[in-house]
Design a protein around this ligand. Structure first.
Ligand code: SF4
Length: 361
C-alpha cells in the first residue's frame, strides 16, 4: 500500500456520460464537450486528458487540475496455454482484486469482480474462503474492463462481460447499477451477464431495471439441504422462494436464465441429481452451464472434481430432458484461474483474511 495521501480529484472513470456533463459543465465552453470527454473515456479508453486532442490545450489542462482518469494498477498478469489471461489488480487503498479474460465460443469473455472478497462463503470457492471484502466502486468495476481491453488489444465487438469474479454483485447493487450504465455505452446489455448466488432482493432490483443485463444463477444442487451446505446464503434465500422469484423474472425475447452448476464428485454429480435439476427448472427458459470443480486442496480438500465420464453423463441427462447445456471445462488451470486463486496465492495460501465489511447496498 502506498503512503501517498488520496488524490482528492474525482475520478471520471465509471461516471455515466450523462453525469459527466453535470460535473464538468462549469469548466467547458460548449455543452457537447461533456459528450466528447465521455466518449474519450469509455469509447476510446483514454488514460489521461492529454489524449483528448479535440479539446483545446487550456481545457485539457483545466480538466486535469480538477478531475482524474484512473484505473486499477496491474500487479501481475498471467497467460495460460488455453488463451485465458488473469490479472491481479491493486486498488488505490492497496486491496487487490482479480480479473480474467477467457476465449469462449469465438469471443472474449471478461470476468469482472464486484467486491474485494466475498461474505457468501460458498464451500467450493477460494474467494469465499478468503473472507468478506468491501464493495467495489463504479470506477473500480469499469476500470477492470478498461485495463483488460487495453492489455488484450481486443476489438470491443468481440467482448462479453460476466460478473462472475470476486464477490456477489447483487450485494453491491448501487455501484453495479452505475457501472452498468457506463458499460452500456460500449457493450450492449445483451452481452453482459450478472451472476448471483441467489440474492433475491438483488434479483428483484435487476428485474426492475429499464435495461437489464442477462441473469445467471449459481444453483449447484437440486435440493435445499445440499444447496445450503454448499452455499450458506441459501439458508437466507431458500430454494423454493428463489425458484418462484426466477419464474417471475422478466425475460426479453430470446433470453434465458443461465443456471451455473459446479459439479463436485459424489456430492451433486449423479444422474438422479441431473434429473432433479431438470425437474426443478422445468418451465423456465433456461440453459445450464455445467462446471467441473476447479479443485483447490488447500482451501477445500474435501471436494473433488468428478471424472470426465461422470461430467459427460450428467450433461447428457440434462440434454435428454430438453435443456441446452454447456460444459465449462476449466480454463487457465495453470494460472489459478478459478475465482480467488491468484489472490489467494499472493495473500499466502491457507490464510483466511477478511478485508472489511460487506455493505448490502
Ligand atoms: S462463488 Fe461467488 S458468491 Fe460464492 S463465495 Fe465465491 S465469489 Fe462469493
Amino acid at each position: 500500500m502506498t503512503n501517498d495521501p488520496p488524490d482528492p480529484r474525482p475520478n471520471l472513470v465509471g461516471v455515466p456520460p450523462s453525469r459527466i456533463a453535470n460535473l464538468i459543465e462549469p469548466y467547458v465552453d460548449r455543452p457537447f464537450r461533456a459528450r466528447q470527454v465521455g466518449q474519450w473515456i469509455i469509447d476510446r479508453n483514454a488514460t489521461g486528458f492529454a489524449e483528448m486532442t479535440n479539446l483545446t490545450k487550456e481545457l485539457r489542462d483545466e480538466l486535469g487540475r480538477r478531475f482524474r482518469i484512473a484505473d486499477p494498477e496491474i500487479l501481475e498478469e498471467s497467460a495460460s496455454g488455453d488463451g485465458s489471461v488473469k490479472w491481479l489488480l491493486r486498488l488505490t487503498d492497496g486491496l487487490t482484486i482479480e480479473g480474467v479474460s477467457m476465449p469462449v465460443d469465438g469471443k472474449l469473455t471478461m470476468c469482472l469482480s464486484s467486491q474485494t472478497g466475498c461474505a457468501v462463503g460458498c464451500t467450493f470457492c477460494v474467494t469465499g474462503a478468503l473472507g468478506a471484502g468491501r464493495n467495489l466502486t463504479p470506477d473500480e468495476i469499469v476500470g477492470q474492463y478498461r485495463v483488460m481491453l487495453r492489455q488484450l488489444k481486443a476489438p470491443v465487438e468481440r467482448v462479453n462481460i460476466v460478473f462472475m469474479g470476486m464477490g456477489e454483485p447483487l450485494l453491491n447493487t448501487t455501484h453495479l447499477g452505475a457501472a452498468l450504465e457506463t458499460l452500456y455505452e460500449r457493450v450492449s446489455p445483451k452481452r453482459i451477464t450478472v451472476s448471483t448466488s441467489g440474492v433475491l432482493p438483488g434479483i428483484t432490483w435487476l428485474a426492475g431495471l429499464p435495461r437489464r443485463p442477462k441473469l445467471a444463477v449459481s444453483l449447484n444442487a437440486p435440493d435445499q439441504e445440499r444447496r445450503q451446505r454448499l452455499m450458506p446464503i441459501a439458508r437466507r434465500y431458500r430454494l423454493p422462494e428463489l425458484m418462484a422469484g426466477l419464474r417471475g423474472f422478466p425475460l426479453e425475447r430470446g433470453r434465458r436464465i443461465t443456471f451455473e452448476y459446479v459439479l463436485i464428485s459424489d456430492l451433486n454429480d449423479q444422474v438422479a441429481d441431473a434429473q432433479a435439476v431438470a425437474q426443478l427448472i422445468r418451465g423456465i427458459p433456461a440453459k445450464v452451464n455445467v462446471i467441473p470443480l476447479n479443485e483447490d486442496p488447500q482451501y477445500f480438500p474435501e471436494h473433488r472434481r468428478p471424472d470426465d465420464e461422470t461430467v459427460n453423463r450428467f450433461a447428457a441427462t440434462l440434454r435428454d430432458a430438453g435443456l441446452t447445456v454447456t460444459v465449462r471445462w476449466s480454463k487457465g488451470l495453470d494460472v489459478d484461474a478459478a475465482c480467488g486463486q491468484l489472490k489467494g496465492r499472493h495473500q499466502g495460501r491457507g490464510s483466511r483474511k477478511s478485508e472489511g465489511v460487506v455493505d448490502s447496498s
